[in-house]
Ligand binder design. Sequence first.
Ligand code: S3P
Length: 425
Amino acid sequence: MIFKKVNKLNGELNIPGDKSVSHRSIMLGSLAEGITEVHGFLNGADCISSMNCFRQMGVDIRYDGNIVTIYGNGLTGLKAPAATLDVGNSGTTTRLMSGILAAQPFESRIIGDASICKRPMKRIMTPLRMMGADITSELGNDCAPLIIKGTTLKGIHYDSPVASAQVKSCILLAGLYADGETSVTEPYVSRNHTELMFESFGVPVSVSGTTVTINAAQKLIGQKIMVPGDISSAAYFIVAGLITPNSCITIKNVGINPTRDGIIEVVKKMGGNISYSNVSNDVGEPTADITVRTSSLKGCTIEGEVIPKLIDEIPVIAVLACFAEGTTVIKDAAELKVKESNRIDVMVNNLSAMGADITATEDGMIINGGRELHGTVIDSMMDHRIAMSFAIAGLNADGETKIEGSEVVNISYPTFYDDLKAMMN
Ligand code: S3P
């Protein structure tokens, strides 16, 4: 796909559903008693991977393209899958589902694409083994394929070395089945969608600082879930509206959970013109309409506890920083190296190729903004967030920006290019 400079972006859009919340709705709905109805489910390849895995374990999940209806099997009702569970590109499916599989009375095998088979799974294998789980990496490299022989589990306290909602959620899902209390402490608070959804399905959760504690659950009760728009997807339009001349974009019904809103904090710190309207707390997760306008921006330092709140937005924040005056320093973000691609290297190499002044560091990057970008050929590395970030850069660069593997946006935002095009009219 090819992008050229535009002189304005204007309009209003609805962002597709939150990826993290959509995955969790499938998993908890499958383990619940009764019917779970999911509105605003993200029809992206990752969430469909979760859906198909639970279907393979005997859960009746119907999707009419609008509403997902899950006829839950109850906590102990999953069936042994007849074949290997294929998670595709989805780290969330792999790690969260492993916590559930560790406690089932059957054996399962998890496989995924080339990227998944390189991503670290030791981070879940270690705590699950402490709980008594039998989980192994087939190739002995601490990556997928994973073999999980379900067994009885015991509750643990786990001090996680990383602030990772996937690790935390894996342990909490195993904790639904474990004897006694299960708790996780993180260095910083990561997204709390699992905790919020546990509460709505009737599982009490106690939170103190960065520690989350649950007890074995008796049952989960099917729910109606309203999935908010994904702030990680909204991020591309937030940045586009800020850096493109003569622009004003309103993004409707975006999830603004405080564990996810780091990009808003950073945009404000950089002097961006951003505002909320129609703020609502009615449906489990807070939402708002977000309006952004073309802004003059200044660089800033992004580090510490805000990092988990914007981890998936860092690629597009790097693009934003190229259009800000002065230096932006991103630190404490070594996790970027183990995402769908090594997002430090891929952003630094490609933005450098477009003429940006950007340097990789051990745990982030340093960007001196203000240099004109020019188009080039960008390899998405089959990472959805890389493809979308460079689409936004390409709309603000001289010449042509050609993105290879641009179709990878289907992982989290299948209608991304159509939505972007609609802003150009
Ligand atoms: C996610 C957690 C984050 C995030 C990922 C989704 C989740 O990963 O990057 O896109 O749904 O729990 P980590 O837990 O590895 O930080």
